[in-house]
Design a protein around this ligand. Structure first.
Ligand code: 5GP
Length: 132
């Protein structure tokens, strides 16, 4: 049974796509910690990020960097925070969260639920700034 994120990559479940290449996919977290909270995943389904090969984790990180640069242009912030948890979805992913304060990266905080139109607008604004 493919992970929910593999089903997103396959287009079986909708997502607010931010960027994609042949091996990676980036999309908005459905319950963001802050507006512009992005998930970056390898298309190859692996549960634990440190089970990726050296080259896979290196390439994933470089792809996440490009997304983070676009994110900071689209959503002005002090820095883009990066975190890996993976306690909920068993498909390796990097969280990228625009931060104004360190509390913006506190995963115990209540999540936001932006309206679909707002999510679409945010995803498009990041996608517009993304350079492969
Ligand atoms: P983690 O596995 O890192 O603990 O958390 C998984 C993250 O994926 C959560 O922040 C959650 O909001 C997000 N998430 C879970 N299911 C979906 C989904 O179907 N679509 C999107 N866009 N995000 C999801």
């Amino acid at each position: 049974m493919p992970s929910i994120f593999s089903r997103i990559v396959a287009g079986e479940i909708p997502s607010y796509k931010v960027a994609e290449d042949d091996r990676h996919y980036a999309f908005l977290d459905i319950n963001p910690l802050a507006e512009g909270h992005v998930l970056v995943i390898p298309k190859r389904e692996v549960d634990y990020i440190f089970d990726l090969s050296d080259s896979e984790i290196a390439d994933l990180t470089v792809f996440a960097k490009k997304v983070a640069l676009a994110l900071r242009e689209a959503i002005p912030c002090r820095k883009v925070g990066m975190a890996v948890l993976g306690l909920e979805v068993p498909h390796a992913h990097i969280h990228l969260v625009p931060m104004q304060t360190e509390g913006d990266l506190d995963f115990r905080r209540p999540k936001l639920s932006p309206a679909p139109e707002r999510m679409q607008q945010i995803a498009q604004s990041i996608a517009d700034k993304f350079r492969s």
